[in-house]
Design a protein around this ligand. Structure first.
Ligand SMILES: *[C@@H]1O[C@H](CO)[C@@H](O)[C@H](O)[C@H]1NC(C)=O
Ligand SMILES: *[C@@H]1O[C@H](CO)[C@@H](O)[C@H](O)[C@H]1NC(C)=O
Ligand SMILES: *[C@@H]1O[C@H](CO)[C@@H](O)[C@H](O)[C@H]1NC(C)=O
Ligand SMILES: *[C@@H]1O[C@H](CO)[C@@H](O)[C@H](O)[C@H]1NC(C)=O
Ligand SMILES: *[C@@H]1O[C@H](CO)[C@@H](O)[C@H](O)[C@H]1NC(C)=O
Length: 604
């Protein structure tokens, strides 16, 4: 199953970049490449510009600065009109000139600042509010929002920052403040929108905004995924490609002892087994249904004659398969129950292998190995046991143990291709490149028409950076796959090649990669890797709705929580991107930024 992971890993490596396409927004081919370049290039200094703007407001505020200095020396005569009690009196302000009003507003704000400094937030709010009454200035709203931050009144923070942003949409300080408030309120998507805008305006150090963005992104995805999981949607079979590679390692079992032609249960079981090893999409679906049906039929029969050992043996076969299908459909608990019942009826090596896999899935390594021992006690020559145990050793980097098990599996059944390939991959991982080449050659000689060999060899080549060579191997694998009946490597070579193509951004590659992913989606509609790959390209083509739909489907299909979370993250990120594009101010800013980078020759 290791070949299945390539796209997932690719996506994982590019996670931040994909998330960051939020900020890239309107893009052409190669959005993430673009972003990575942005990361490395010094941004045009918005800070300086901003500095100028701040200076402007200061100037507008009149000789305020000097004045406030003088003020503190002269024990402050207020610059705003006061009543007999010394409280601000704004009853006549309406008639004053704009210049006079500005002066008064700034005076009120300065008073607010004084209160703020001495942490008298309610007084500060009062003066900022008066300042706002005199002049609708974003700075005053911003200042008042700072008070609400200190008071922990997040809704008010959102209100004031929103007011400030209406007057000055690129007010980064307010965007950041609103994002923080929205995060506290649990509105992570809103926070992400603001943070994306902040990162776009570049007033804040990108490396300080990005963790915030990522944190909100994680919280949002977690929230959405939790809600989704609570709906308990019926689980689906995994991709046909995954099913074929999973059952490919086991010895085909297309008959059983004491078959009774006149028994419906027996006929159903035989049909299920036959369908399972047909290696077709319909076959897997029908096998799934037939095993369940056979199980029910045996259950009824066993209710009538509970001590019939022959029946139990057959029921065990049905239950074992029902169990493994449940496991594959991502319901390990129910799967475990069925498999325990199966070994009670009649212990079979494969049942223990499957239980071992469930244990591994739960992270219970010890029980994993115990179950393999049980399987070997029944059949010391069961190749599948050695193969799966070898894989576990491989994953946990116990390479020499893994090697021994793969060798054993190979010697037990020389006509099964998987141990050959795993040995070759293992040898490569151990750094013995030429030995690995030899093993691949051996496999190729022995299985000249097997698509597995070029499919896995492609991964090795890609890992070495020989992308052209890897693509060629995927092409060979795809051709061999087509020539065979039934599913062997399925859509893996299509996905593999498409992934390589999308890594080397060019218009032709992009078009071809899209076609390959589309073909993979069509051939194997439950392949979440095909969907994720296609979704990413759709995102870059600005087909955001399609991308969101594909990411969400992928999240439903994904098996592990982490994979689900990742696909959900992409979906949520795409939704933010959509929102950003719909926002005229922010998307105009994106255009401006892109134009600037184009002018610098960063974008082709
Ligand atoms: C009020 O706004 C000005 C300008 O942004 C800023 O320099 C000052 O620190 C702010 N005061 C408070 C209390 O936020
Ligand atoms: C969070 O911020 C958004 C702006 O992005 C705003 O429209 C929304 O109302 C805020 N959420 C709350 C609960 O105030
Ligand atoms: C941005 O922040 C990072 C980490 O906080 C720091 O290492 C880096 O020097 C900062 N860069 C600039 C341009 O301020
Ligand atoms: C075969 O199945 C039929 C129908 O269930 C049953 O009547 C018959 O006894 C079975 N024969 C044997 C040999 O078990
Ligand atoms: C060996 O593996 C091949 C290919 O999977 C299979 O057809 C065959 O039945 C296996 N033989 C044994 C003895 O396991």
């Amino acid at each position: 199953m290791s070949s299945d992971n390539s796209v997932g890993q690719f996506v994982a490596r590019n996670k931040t970049a994909v998330i960051a396409t939020i900020a890239a927004g309107a893009t052409a081919v190669g959005a993430y490449c673009y972003y990575l370049q942005l990361q490395q290039t010094k941004k045009p200094s918005r800070k300086e510009e901003e500095g100028e703007k701040e200076a402007e407001t200061e100037i507008k505020g009149g000789k305020k600065k000097k004045k406030s200095k003088r003020k503190s020396q002269a024990l402050s005569a207020p610059v705003y009109p006061v009543d007999a009690n010394g409280d601000p009196d704004l009853s006549n302000v309406a008639d004053l000139s704009a210049e006079q009003k500005d002066k008064i507003a700034v005076g009120l704000k300065d008073k607010g600042n004084e209160f703020f400094k001495s942490q008298k937030y309610h007084d500060a709010i009062k003066f900022y509010t008066l300042a706002i009454e005199v002049k609708n200035d974003p700075v005053f709203y911003s200042n008042r929002s700072a008070c609400y931050v200190s008071l922990g009144e997040q809704e008010k923070v959102v209100e004031d920052t929103t007011a400030a942003l209406k007057l000055k949409p690129d007010y980064s300080k307010c965007l950041l403040r609103r994002a923080t408030a929205n995060e506290s309120l649990g509105n992570y998507a809103d926070a992400m929108f603001d943070l994306s805008a902040v990162s776009l305006y570049g007033d804040f150090n990108g490396s300080s905004v990005e963790p915030l963005l990522e944190r909100n992104m994680n919280k949002q995805s977690m929230l959405v995924l939790k809600q989704k999981l609570e709906q308990h949607k019926p689980s689906q079979l995994p991709a046909n490609t995954a099913l074929a590679s999973f059952f490919g390692i086991f010895k085909p079992e297309t008959s059983f002892d004491n078959y009774n032609e006149t028994s419906e249960a027996d006929r159903t079981l035989l049909d299920a087994l036959t369908k399972l090893y047909e290696r077709t999409a319909e076959g897997y679906e029908q096998a799934d249904l037939s095993f369940s049906k056979a199980r029910e039929l045996y259950k009824t029969l066993l209710d009538e004659s509970p001590d019939n050992e022959e029946l139990k043996k057959k029921a065990a076969i049905a239950l074992e398969h029902v169990g493994i299908f449940k496991f594959l459909k991502n319901d390990p608990l129910a799967a475990h129950e069925d498999l325990k019942q199966a070994v009670e009826y009649f212990p079979r090596p494969n049942s223990y292998v499957y239980i071992a896999l469930i244990m591994a899935d739960k992270g219970q390594g010890e029980e994993y190995f115990e179950n393999f021992e049980k399987a070997l006690q029944i059949d010391p020559d069961c190749a599948a046991v050695y193969y799966h145990r070898g894989q576990m050793y491989f994953i946990t980097q116990q390479f020499s143990e893994a090697g021994k098990d793969f060798e054993k599996a190979k010697s037990l059944n020389e006509s099964n291709i998987f141990p050959y390939i795993q040995l070759a991959c293992l040898t490569y991982r151990e750094g013995k490149r030429s030995d690995s080449e030899t093993l691949f050659s051996e496999a190729r000689r022995k299985f000249p028409t097997a698509p597995e060999v070029p499919n896995f060899y492609a991964e090795i080549l890609a890992d070495q950076g020989d992308l052209a060579g890897a693509r060629k191997q995927y092409e060979i694998a795809a051709k061999l796959e087509k020539a065979l009946t039934g599913i062997h490597v399925g859509v893996s070579p299509l996905i593999g090649k498409a992934t390589l193509l999308s890594r080397e951004a060019s218009v032709e590659n992009f078009v071809e990669a899209t076609e390959l992913f589309e073909e993979a989606c069509q051939l194997d509609p439950r392949s979440e890797q095909a969907k994720i790959g296609l979704a990413q390209l759709k995102l870059q083509q600005e087909d955001i709705d399609e991308a969101i739909a594909l990411f969400e489907e992928a999240a439903d299909l994904a098996r592990s929580f982490d994979e689900k979370l990742q696909a959900t993250t992409f979906a949520e990120a795409s939704k933010i991107q959509k929102k950003i594009k719909a926002d005229p101010i922010v998307s105009a800013k994106i255009e401006e930024t892109l134009a600037a980078y184009r002018a610098q020759g960063i974008l082709g």
